[in-house]
Design a protein. Sequence first.
Length: 276
Amino acid sequence: MTDPRRRGTTGSQLERSSTLANVLWRNRAVAERLAEFEEAASGAKRGAAARVNREPGFILHSRPWSESSLLLDVLTRDYGRVFLVAKGAKRPSAQYRGLLQAFCPLLFTWSGKKEAKNLIRVDWLGSLEPVDGEGLFSGFYVNELILRFTEREDPHEGLFDAYVKVLGALSGPVARRQPALRNFETALLSMLGWAIVRDHADAPRYRFSEGRLEGVDAPAGEGLFSRTAVEALLSGTFGPEVDMREVRRLIRTVIDYHMDGRDVNTRRVLSELRQY
């Protein structure tokens, strides 16, 4: 039987939709819908048209704008982070009111050439496994990183697929979550031009300073990271010999450096909840 993901798609279209298709529920209807919107959107030019039709995306953040409307920050596949005004979205009669949820893959149609676009239509694309518990906080943490580190309408190749991949892991077994988060964080930093680099690949330990890892020949101590932890983070491979707490401490040090003194709110909230 022909793979439904290949029906009506070109090679490049298939490559672009494969990650999302694999993470969504494995059913024929979803795959065929992906093929349909790929075909419909194939002639669109980025940023050239006042109207964008059926662009796949996820809501990163929403907030009230008026008694009846919402402001949405949406991560889209081809346009990066887009700012949308959902007029009337809070009204009981709004057609897409129940769809505007985080971690739900949607198809967005909007118009406008200014930064704030007018949301015209939202279509349900498919279902992801639900993200709950600490996985839900991790999902909001991922959303916050994207909101803090990316500019609107500045797409980064691979970010959308990386986002879909980490969401799939956060909805899965607990053992998959920490490795997936670490890989997403390092991938995001690389896309932004902040790839983690080190000198002296054979150093026993490293200190993070001025945006890079400096090799040091010193015993274990505060502010130092083992070569095992550094190599695991850089390679994205976390074997049983890797102390994931140390890896987390390392990537937090790097992220905090690029936050320029700003707090990561989701990290703080989760830390406070764990005290109860």
